[in-house]
Design a protein around this ligand. Sequence first.
Ligand SMILES: C[S@@+](CC[C@H](N)C(=O)[O-])C[C@H]1O[C@@H](n2cnc3c(N)ncnc32)[C@H](O)[C@@H]1O
Length: 256
Amino acid sequence: MNRKNNKQNPYDPEIFDSDVRKRVGNFSRNKALRSLSKKWFIESFGRGYVYNFYWFGIPIVQTPQDMVAMQELIYSVKPDLIIETGIARGGSLIFYASLLKLLGGKRKVIGIDININRENVVNTSKIRKHKFSKYITMLEGSSTDPNIINRVKKIAKNYKKIFVCLDSAHSHGHVLKELQAYSDLVSRGSYIVIFDTVAEYLPRKIIGERPWGKGNSPATAVKSFLSNNKNFVVDSWIENKILITSNPGGFLKRIR
Ligand SMILES: C[S@@+](CC[C@H](N)C(=O)[O-])C[C@H]1O[C@@H](n2cnc3c(N)ncnc32)[C@H](O)[C@@H]1O
């Protein structure tokens, strides 16, 4: 079938992909839809929406939209190592481990949390017994502790394509230190995703007692980091695609 005839066929993969590109491009220019999405996110976040979900039985603190975005990015990069700071109940660790298993071969996710042995915070025993546990290494300590950073770097030496997710404490200073500590490990063409940049836009009544918010958030850390580091750019394509995200401006791609 030639290209001309295919134009009529909505199932032609080239036409489908080109329609996706056009639609996402239109979303990026659609101020009304973007503002509605932001408003919807803020309203739903205030009602605990991000705590509604599980991956293979373990709670994950992410929106389904962000999970689909992570799946698309991880599938495109095919990392052999994912480093995640901030485990909480472990759903995101299990999510990444399941994707690595599906990719096949020797792959690993390292999860770092300051509270691993407090069962009320991290589901340590459930994670250790989980069917995807052989893909997971957990490290206890602060993600900015030099000992933890050195342990991660030592493990990372055995891997070639590295992807990083920062989802621990969300203050400007902490996230900036994490960016400085882990960004060098990210492979060219891969990503460092900074979660909860949305803290910059959430009203104080929603953020509550949390020690971050406007002016002191992952978003301000990303801004400082990018002003001195030209190896990374914001991937707004993925954000325009999902529209609803906890991580606006937080999907950074390493370009050099
Ligand atoms: C937002 S939750 C992580 C959510 C998880 N990634 C998910 O998607 O389900 C933040 C986690 O970061 C941990 N944390 C807080 N401060 C930390 C630090 N300095 N270093 C490492 N982990 C930290 C907390 O104990 C908590 O489990």
